[in-house]
Design a protein around this ligand. Structure first.
Ligand code: CP
Length: 306
């Protein structure tokens, strides 16, 4: 049973599978119903604390909490007493004092959720920490792959783009590898972390070789906010050399699916036509985000109850 959800590096294959199974159940029993309501987390309190912008993660955690009957509150760093000098740990202790059962945190510093988890009895969920991990994003990606492909074991997944700055890539590498997928990563050498093969993936600097024969092609956002200038000449040049387009997608298996965590920079990581094309499952990823977040919150809150 999970105590916190800090990353997929420290989450077992059994716990990952349990969350995916529960997410499927919540999809059928809650999200796809006309009245989206369950009492699974009735009487629980869930707070999101975001130090970086978000649309998908923040809203889906809030909806997931409310669909399961919990009391939900949102705080953004700019609107909190952190602007008056309160430390992150004191902020977490303040939320704990209000009987927060689960605190969901997004922070630009890698390791921030791990640090606060040591200082609170509230359960902590990592909603993205710097360049480290984004575990619920990888869980929703795995749920979408399982739905579309019937399983994960033995699939070839090509992750293309800014691997170096991507917490989504790291969480997917841990999670997909634990469930038996073969993961390939591709991108410019300046955006490829040193020693990435140590995580059990194949690294390519030729995007076409990485995509060849893939069951899943996952584009990554170019994270201009996290990188120094000069890692590639221009976004136009990047798209020409490393962007996924129709021709490159044809190198994957004919029934391959196209994924992206969002937000997409159309015409940079992916050409605009394939974002809306038949192979794209980007909108299904967003839908499944609500389901895996219901499952993760339920697992953590149920753990607290026991
Ligand atoms: N994929 C993702 O984390 O999106 P948001 O930044 O909109 O939450």
């Amino acid at each position: 049973m999970l105590n916190n959800l800090l990353g997929l590096k420290e989450t077992s294959a059994d716990d990952i599978t349990a969350i995916l199974d529960d997410a499927e159940k919540f999809k059928k029993e809650v999200l796809q119903k006309d009245i989206k309501k369950s009492d699974a987390l009735k009487g629980r309190s869930i707070i999101t604390l975001f130090f970086e912008n978000s649309t998908r993660t923040r809203v889906s955690f809030e909806l997931a909490s409310k669909y399961l009957g919990a009391a939900a509150a949102n705080i953004s760093a700019g609107g909190s007493s952190i602007t008056k000098g309160e430390s992150l740990i004191d902020t977490i202790k303040t939320l704990e004092a209000m009987a927060a059962d689960v605190i969901i945190i997004r922070h630009s510093a890698s390791g921030a959720p791990h640090l606060v988890a040591k200082h609170t009895e509230s359960k902590i969920v990592n909603a993205g920490d710097g360049m480290n991990e984004h575990p619920t994003q990888a869980l929703l990606d795995m749920m979408t792959i399982r739905e579309k492909k019937g399983g994960i074991k033995g699939l070839k997944v090509a992750i293309v783009g800014d691997v170096k700055h991507s917490r989504v890539a790291r969480s997917n590498i841990y999670g997909l590898s634990k469930l038996g997928a073969e993961v390939a990563v591709a991108g410019p050498s300046t955006l490829m972390p040193k020693g990435i093969e140590g995580l059990g993936v194949k690294a390519y600097y030729d995007v076409e070789k990485a995509i060849e024969g893939a069951d899943v092609v996952m584009g990554l956002r170019i994270q201009l906010e996290r990188q120094k200038k000069g890692l590639f000449p221009s976004v136009r040049e990047y798209h020409k050399c490393f962007g996924v387009n129709k021709q490159r997608l044809r190198l994957a298996k004919p029934d391959a699916i196209l994924m992206h965590p969002g937000p997409v920079n159309r015409g940079v990581e992916l050409s605009a036509d394939i974002v809306d094309g038949e192979q794209s499952v980007i909108n299904e990823q967003v839908t499944n985000g609500v389901c895996v977040r219901m499952a993760a919150l339920n697992m953590l809150a149920a753990g607290k109850r026991a």
